[in-house]
Structures are given as structure tokens and as C-alpha cells.
Design a protein around this ligand. Structure first.
Ligand code: NDP
Ligand code: HSE
Length: 433
């Protein structure tokens, strides 16, 4: 079984190491030895440390490597949309099996890859693309295929979970926690994809597609990052017995026309400290799956890093290699349900709103009136001093379940009130209280 490796960075180097260290076991598990036919990289001369591989295998001609007749399996750990899409579509159309960790490409144009896999009759596996080492996609695409999944709720970005966990533990602000994440090597030099929620949104699209048998792309996912989360929000969450996590939520439900549909969103949310996801600290990932017959399932582990991600890649390599030897391929994409995507305005949840207000008679009534006009029911109200010497107060309001559209209209109207100095923060509250 001959393998073309595209990319030899954080993940690719660990794939090479594991292939070397486990070669005898892998051969026994597959039924044939696994050999690296070539490794495509951007810079041939880059120092790659003590990699246990023949330097002559390196090439900058990824497409040429893919097209070679002696390549059976293509492993892509480069990332990005192009040229990865062109390479993988070419490989799949040629009947090669593909293993990829490329969540950005799968969320942007997974359909092109699935269609090419059908055309070429090869396998397309991508376990490493969501939640690193955690076996999650295989359970969704195989083990739970007899069931009906109703919701997937997860912490799928390690960097942001590290930052929010640090903010919760030490009271640090976002900037300080990000600096710590960078120093420890969790956050990339440009952390935008993580802190703005793009990485989690791509993973949410992949999870929703598998859970609901529907093609969901990154553009279908409502996305908010964690850059606006303040230490005051974290303190307020703590006061309510909650913590703040960047959640990815993919949920079945009915849309305004009464059709079954899906809503997929990524945003920071308060969750009770008693919720299973609340104790997921550091850079760990965890995904909570709810299904009609199975009930609640939780998957937990390392969602990032070279070795954990390579573990998932190698698991896929063994699966596709076995299939090739047996002359079979796995079931193709299951997108038969083709459910419509519900707009974010129709998402139902609870909200925590923090307002800086004038502290004088009638303020509470005026604020409550705005909520009432938009049919948003208030669950609790807490008032405290603003901290300044201007005599203002801070009002913290938690609502019952309301639609995102109703809440947005409420907040818009609150912003226009003379007595509301500012809407300091609006956070969703998930997981019951
Ligand atoms: P790195 O940036 O560490 O490595 C990328 C590799 O791709 C490098 O070897 C680079 O070559 C090579 N490369 C880049 N552009 C080209 C090109 N045009 N032609 C040929 N080779 C190219 O990325 P990671 O290993 O961190 O990530 C790889 C994939 O795995 C991405 O899709 C990522 O999203 C995904 N992933 C990563 C995780 C992680 O924790 N790192 C976790 C889960 C998924 P060179 O070495 O010469 O620079
Ligand atoms: N940047 C990602 C994270 C890597 O922090 O989770 C894993 O996909």
C-alpha cells in the first residue's frame, strides 16, 4: 500500500513518525506494508529535525506525486482551500483514496470532494478535521446511523477553550489570556481563525452535515468569536454559577414554515458549571451528542496538536487501506435528508444582558417594557453599582427562552433609550440553569 503525503508540518511530521514507529503493527492490521511514495512540501530545504524518512522522498510537485500510478492513498495535511481542493479532486477522480485533516476545505466545498469520490470510487475519510484525536466522525457516520440525532453541542476549538478557561480561572482579560495561549504555543501567530470562530464554524459545518444527512457549509453557520468576551462577563457568569465557552451547536427543529430544518451556530455562551462541557478545560475538546434512541453521548479528548491529530489520520489510513485491499469502499456521503438551514433569527435560547443604566425611578419599568413589547420574558434581574462615581447602575437581566430575532430587536430598542448608557454585553445562556 503506497501513500503520498501532502504536507509535513505539525501534523505531517507526526504522521511520518507514527508510520515509522508503528510500521510492523500497521502492516499487520492492514494486511500489507504501508510505504511512503513521496512527501510534497513547499520548501524542500526546510529543517525538519530528525525525521525518520529518506530525504529523497521530498518534492514540491504535489500534483505530479498524486498522479503517480504507484500511489494508492493520498494523505493531505497542508490545509487551506487551494491548491488542496485541486489536488484532492484529482486524486479522488483517479480512484485514489484520500485522508484529509482539512476542515476549511471540507466546510467550504466538501461537496466537490464527495462527488469526486463517487466518480473515482475511492474513499474519502476526514476524522482528524474535527476535534483532533477524538473518534467522533466515525461514530456519527457509522455507529449512529441507526438513530436520529437531534443536537450536537461541542467545544471544538482548543485555543479558545484555553483562553476562556484561563479567563475563568484567573480573572484575566481576553488580551492577557491570548498572550498566555501564544506563549505556550496554543495560539498561532495570527489567531484570527480561532478567536473569531472561523475554525469552530468549519468544524460545526462538518458535524452538522454528518449528523443531519444534509450538506451544510461554512456559509450556513452563524459565527461569533470570543474577542468581545470581557472579564466582567466571566465574573457575571461565575456569579450565576456558570462559565463561558465557545460552543458549536447544531440542532434540528422546525422553521417558521413548520418544516424540519437545522440551525448551526458558533458563539460564546454561558453554561452552568454542572453541565458536562463546563469542566472541559485547557485546550481540550468535547462534543455532546443527543439522539432519540441513544440519549446523551459525550466525546472528550485532545482536539489539536501534531501527535493527537496524526493518530486520527493514521486511523483513517488503516481504514481506507483495508478497504482497498478488500476491493471495497465505504458508504458514500449521506446527504439524502437535504434539510433547509434555519436562519439565526429563529434560533431559540436564553440570554444574559448587561446594561449600564441611570439609577433613578422608572428605569426598571422602562427597561422591562422594552422586553415585554418584543415578547421576551425576563427570568431574573440583578442590579448593582456601576463602579463609577456618576450614580449609574448595572442591570443584569437573564431571559427565558426567546428567538434571536426578538432578542436583537429588544437590544436595538434598549440602545435607543436615554436611560440606557450602554449595552455592555449580550451573551447566550445554554444548557439549562
Ligand atoms: P503546518 O503549517 O504545520 O504544515 C503545513 C505543511 O504543508 C508544511 O509541511 C508545508 O510545507 C506544506 N505546504 C504548505 N503549502 C504547500 C504547497 N503549496 N505545496 C506543498 N506543500 C505545502 O500545518 P498543520 O500541520 O498544523 O496543519 C495541517 C492540516 O491539519 C490543516 O488542514 C489543519 O487545519 C489541520 N489540522 C491541524 C491541527 C493542528 O493541531 N495543527 C489539528 C487538526 C487539524 P513546508 O513544511 O515546506 O512549509
Ligand atoms: N487551531 C485549532 C484549535 C487546531 O485550536 O483547536 C485544531 O483544529
Amino acid at each position: 500500500m503506497r501513500l503520498a503525503l501532502l504536507g509535513c508540518g505539525t501534523v505531517g511530521a507526526e504522521v511520518v513518525r507514527l508510520l515509522h514507529e508503528q510500521s510492523a503493527d500497521l502492516a499487520a492490521r492492514i494486511g500489507a506494508p504501508l510505504e511512503i511514495a513521496g512527501i510534497a512540501v513547499r520548501r524542500i530545504g526546510r529543517d525538519r529535525g530528525e525525521l525518520p524518512v529518506d530525504p529523497a522522498l521530498f518534492t514540491t510537485d504535489a500534483l505530479g506525486l498524486i498522479k503517480r500510478d504507484d500511489v494508492d492513498v493520498v494523505v493531505e495535511v497542508v490545509g487551506g482551500i487551494e491548491p488542496a481542493r485541486t489536488w484532492l479532486v484529482e486524486a479522488l477522480r483517479r480512484g485514489k483514496s484520500v485522508v484529509t485533516a482539512n476542515k476549511a476545505l471540507l466546510a467550504e466545498d466538501g461537496g466537490a470532494l464527495h462527488d469526486a469520490a463517487v466518480e473515482g470510487s475511492g474513499d474519502l475519510y476526514y476524522e482528524a478535521s474535527v476535534a483532533g484525536a477524538i473518534p467522533l466522525l466515525r461514530p456519527l457516520r457509522e455507529s449512529l446511523h441507526g438513530d436520529r440525532i437531534t443536537q450536537v453541542t461541542g467545544i471544538v476549538n482548543g485555543t479558545t477553550n484555553f483562553i476562556l478557561s484561563a479567563m475563568h480561572a484567573t480573572g484575566a482579560g481576553f488580551a492577557e489570556a491570548l498572550e498566555e495561549a501564544t506563549e505556550l504555543g496554543y495560539a498561532e501567530a495570527d489567531p484570527t481563525a480561532d478567536v473569531e470562530g472561523f475554525d469552530a464554524a468549519a468544524k460545526a459545518a462538518i458535524l452538522a452535515s454528518l449528523a443531519f444527512h444534509t450538506r451544510v457549509g461554512a456559509a450556513d453557520v452563524h459565527r461569533e468569536g470570543i474577542t468581545e468576551v470581557t472579564s466582567a462577563d466571566v465574573a457575571s457568569a461565575k456569579a450565576m454559577g456558570c462559565t463561558i465557552k465557545l460552543l458549536c451547536i447544531a440542532a434540528r427543529g422546525m422553521d417558521a414554515q413548520g418544516r424540519e430544518s437545522v440551525n448551526v451556530r458558533v458563539h460564546p455562551a454561558m453554561i452552568p458549571l454542572t453541565h458536562p462541557l463546563a469542566s472541559v478545560g485547557d485546550a481540550f475538546n468535547a462534543v455532546f451528542v443527543e439522539a432519540d434512541a441513544a440519549g446523551q453521548l459525550m466525546f472528550y479528548g485532545r482536539g489539536a496538536g501534531g501527535a493527537p491529530t496524526a493518530s486520527a489520520v493514521l486511523g483513517d489510513v488503516v481504514a481506507v487501506a483495508r478497504n482497498r485491499l478488500a476491493g471495497v469502499r465505504s458508504a458514500s456521503e449521506s446527504a439524502y435528508a437535504d434539510l433547509p438551514v434555519r436562519p439565526m433569527g429563529e434560533a431559540l435560547t436564553r440570554y444574559h444582558i448587561s446594561l449600564d443604566v441611570a439609577d433613578r425611578p422608572g428605569v426598571l419599568e422602562a427597561v422591562a417594557g422594552v422586553f415585554a413589547r418584543h415578547h421576551v420574558s425576563i427570568a431574573t434581574v440583578r442590579q448593582g453599582p456601576s463602579g463609577g462615581d456618576n450614580g449609574d447602575a448595572v442591570l443584569v437581566i437573564v431571559t427565558h427562552v426567546a428567538s434571536d430575532a426578538a432578542l436583537a430587536a429588544t437590544v436595538d430598542e434598549l440602545r435607543g433609550l436615554e436611560i440606557v448608557r450602554s449595552v455592555a454585553s449580550v451573551l447566550r445562556v445554554e444548557g439549562g440553569l
